[in-house]
Design a protein around this ligand. Structure first.
Ligand SMILES: [Ca+2]
Length: 623
């Protein structure tokens, strides 16, 4: 604004005259947010029907976002010497196929306090970056199943029918479209096989010897009765006589714990394809089989993801960041999952790298899984606003390592493979890299669809000084919100101080997991005397009731302050029905006006401010 005001005064003082002044004033009226600089503020246009050989104007738009990015980059329009106002790239309504990840780096930054803005010109959610392509050429196979050819060199790990996730053909069949149960349960085969991570024994009679297991995998809540994390791992070979199968990779926890087996289902075999909405991918033959929900393929659009990450925002290093870029109102839909998944390494030190706290190897994603539909690393002052992010294979928005002052607001995230928003600051004690984010007015619905174990609407790891306000998380197998580091980390090395959570609503959490709290914390305040470092005010947690198959006797909680979940001040908190305690904590937190204590005063709850604001740009269920 200051620079624009200067320019306006310059226009007057150079005596260009009344006409020039009138033009500037007219521009100010027309362009609203970018008044006097309008003549100099670059405005580009992109449309699904555009042409990258065009001019990038409203009447002759480009076709791709990368064309606009390259124009700005190559003409150095965002150079410090040139940039006097925001540069805006307007995306007209429609779908933009993303065949390979759209990458932004430090060359694409704003300058002089001005942003490069990529916006949906026709309103929130109207211009959508689509990380998928249609599968065509379907032919009837049998029993209502159709099949089509796909390129075997480009396999995929989740599938969608008309914007709704299909289910990888499984046994046993899922109960409903948004539950993960029912499961089979593994057994302890021999006394000395308690601690195995790669051999699974089923109950005799549970498996049908006619099954083709050659390309099958298992999704399993390893750790027996714990039910904390899920692994998805391909099978190597299966012995039906012994009801035993060998997994290609180790699970996070042992298959049997405290004599309790692990819940699991098998997937990706033609033998399991018997339900509408199920698909099987024959990787070897390059063929996909699908049983459409409506009984035929007429008018049905089946979409396979093309990328794991739609938008990758990455500076070259923590000292050379991408900064001052905004993505406003964009739809980001469809992204892929991976061939196998385990949360973290099995043991501290397994990363193979030397760390001050090697145990953190068990907390952090392995490098192969450090991605999201939108990923940020080495960034600063990035705005992600009014997004509609949906149908992701894995995490929705992932802030990895060095990022600060990222603003994620007014956004709808739904049907997410793993976490909605995940912030990962990296190994504790090795640098406070990831902080000062604003996560505000977001509705995060149906997370952990492919990774129910440990998923959270918002998961904050080794990150501090964040503002988290006006949040709804709805439908999660495990957490609503979690803030974590590790219990052995010395205070100050976690970088988890100074977070403020306010006006939070968490609904339908803890749907399939044990030892959890809808609001959860772990290892962030590990030493006495636990001064207050984080605050939670005005939070409503709905019922936290797990699937009946969930074996953890520890049950579900509203607020669970696990080991080192200390140094919090809670105020004005309400929790619905739970199977354990509403609040579980060591004597290291402060509580004022919570409904698990006597004397709770409901009149102090600001219900009208809890959850998303009336200004929220998308239709969501009213609370
Ligand atoms: Ca099935």
């Amino acid at each position: 604004m200051i620079k624009q005001w200067k320019r306006r005064r310059t226009a007057v003082s150079t005596g260009v005259g009344v006409v020039a002044l009138a033009l500037v004033t007219a521009a100010a009226v027309n362009f609203g947010a970018q008044p006097a600089g309008a003549a100099k503020c670059e405005n580009f246009w992109v449309a699904p029907s555009g042409d990258d050989a065009g001019k990038g104007t409203e009447s002759d738009p480009w076709r791709t976002v990368t064309r606009a990015r390259d124009q700005i980059r190559e003409k150095k329009l965002n150079d410090v010497a040139k940039m006097g106002c925001d540069i805006t790239v307007n995306l007209k309504a429609g779908e933009y196929p993303v065949g390979s990840t759209i990458q932004f780096d430090q060359r694409d930054s704003g300058a002089n306090g001005h942003q490069v803005v990529y916006r949906s010109a026709d309103g929130p959610g109207k211009a959508t970056l689509s990380g998928a392509e249609e599968i065509t050429g379907w032919q009837a196979y049998k029993d209502g199943i159709y099949k089509a050819k796909i390129d075997p060199s480009k396999p995929f790990y989740t599938l969608f029918e008309d914007g709704k996730r299909a289910t990888n053909a499984r046994y046993p069949n899922r109960g409903t479209d948004d539950t993960w149960s029912p499961y089979l349960t593994s057994i302890l085969y021999e006394e000395d096989k308690m601690d195995v991570h790669n051999w699974l024994w089923g109950k005799p009679g549970d498996w049908d010897p006619s099954w083709d297991m050659s390309q099958a995998s298992v999704t399993i809540w390893s750790g027996g009765s714990w039910s904390w994390f899920t692994d998805t791992i391909p099978l190597l070979d299966t012995n039906f006589k012994k009801t035993q199968t060998t997994l290609k990779y180790w699970t996070r926890y042992a298959m049997v714990n405290s004599r309790g087996g692990s819940r699991y289902f098998f997937q990706n075999s033609l033998s399991f394809l018997d339900q509408p909405g199920e698909y099987y991918l024959d990787y070897k033959a390059g063929e996909v089989y699908y049983k459409p929900r409506g009984g035929s393929m007429d008018g049905v659009k089946v979409l396979r993801p093309t990328v794991k990450t739609v938008l990758d925002l990455a500076g070259a290093s923590a000292d050379d960041r991408l900064h001052d870029v905004a993505f406003d109102g964009l739809g980001v839909q469809y992204s892929d999952f991976v061939s196998w998944y385990r949360n973290g390494w099995v043991a501290g030190g397994d990363s193979g790298d030397e760390h001050k706290y090697p145990e953190y190897d068990r907390q952090i994603e392995m490098p192969r899984n450090r991605f999201g539909a939108i990923r940020l690393t080495n960034t600063r002052n990035i705005d992600l606003t009014k997004l509609h992010l949906s149908d992701t294979g894995f995490t929705g928005i992932y802030l990895l390592f060095a990022n600060d002052h990222v603003n994620i607001s007014d956004s709808l995230l739904e049907n997410i493979g793993a976490d909605g928003i995940k912030v990962e600051g990296g190994w504790p004690g090795e640098g406070d890299l990831n902080n000062h984010h604003t996560i505000k007015n977001n509705y995060i619905s149906h997370i952990g669809e492919l990774v129910p174990g440990d998923s959270a609407g918002i998961e904050l790891m080794d990150t501090g000084n964040n503002t988290i306000e006006n949040i709804v998380v709805r439908h999660s197998a495990r957490y609503g919100i979690s803030l974590e580091s590790r219990p052995e980390v010395k205070d100050g090395d976690q970088y988890t101080d100074g977070n403020s959570f306010k006006y939070i609503r968490l609904e339908e959490t803890g749907l399939d997991s044990g030892d959890m709290g809808s609001f959860y914390s772990y290892g962030v305040g590990n030493q006495d005397p636990h001064p207050i470092k984080n605050t939670v005010d005005q939070m409503v947690i709905g019922d936290v009731i797990p699937d009946p198959s969930m074996p953890d006797a520890g049950g579900t909680r509203g607020v669970h302050m696990d080991a080192g979940g200390c140094g919090y001040a809670f105020s004005n908190v309400q929790v619905g029905n739970v199977t354990d305690q509403k609040y579980q904590s060591y004597q290291c937190n402060q509580v004022t006006n919570a409904d698990w204590e006597t004397g709770f005063d409901a009149s102090k709850m600001e219900y009208d401010k809890i959850g998303v604001l009336p200004s929220f740009p998308y239709d969501v269920p009213k609370n």
